[in-house]
Design a protein around this ligand. Structure first.
Ligand code: ATP
Ligand code: MG
Length: 139
């Protein structure tokens, strides 16, 4: 199977809870190579753009407020089958439904503040990597 890249974001709750090291450790322990990483405080426009697919959902406003509530850490991860495997490592959106041993089960407080983002398809991974890291989206 070919190497694949996915986009992760350590969300503002992860940074506030001083879990950057812990979550990066879990990523590396699960076999992901960290290709790029850049802490940044998203503007409202950048957060709205990133989650534009959700703009008509009732939770969009609170999602954007949360994502701009402090710095976050977008990063690019590489591994065979990276997109699907990273979704398995992070667990379900709602930590109450996330499998034991996943990052969200271990560290997330609720569905809105769930520690980490992971791209949900190879196509979206390319778009999301380009959104934060430009050329690194190339296969
Ligand atoms: P992410 O895209 O952040 O990795 P996800 O793919 O598991 O999360 P999505 O359906 O893409 O989930 O929703 C994006 C984010 O919006 C979720 O991570 C969560 O923080 C928030 N969210 C989704 N559904 C709800 C909801 N019903 N109530 C509150 N927040 C929600
Ligand atoms: Mg998603």
């Amino acid at each position: 199977m070919a190497l694949e890249r996915t986009l992760a974001i350590l969300k503002p709750d992860c940074v506030r809870k001083q879990l950057i090291g812990e979550v990066l450790r879990r990523m590396e322990a699960a076999g992901f190579r960290i290709c790029a990483l850049h802490m940044q405080h998203l503007s409202r426009a950048r957060a709205e753009g990133f989650y534009a697919v959700h703009r008509d959902r009732p939770f969009f406003g609170s999602l954007v407020e949360f994502m701009i509530s402090g710095p976050c850490v977008p990063l690019v991860l590489e591994k065979e089958n990276a997109v699907e495997d990273f979704r398995t490592v992070i667990g379900a959106t709602d930590p109450a439904e996330a499998a034991p041993g996943t990052i969200r089960a271990a560290h997330a407080d609720n569905k809105g503040e769930n520690i980490v983002h992971g791209s949900d398809s190879p196509a979206n991974a390319r778009t999301e990597i380009a959104y934060f890291f430009g050329d690194l989206s190339a296969d």
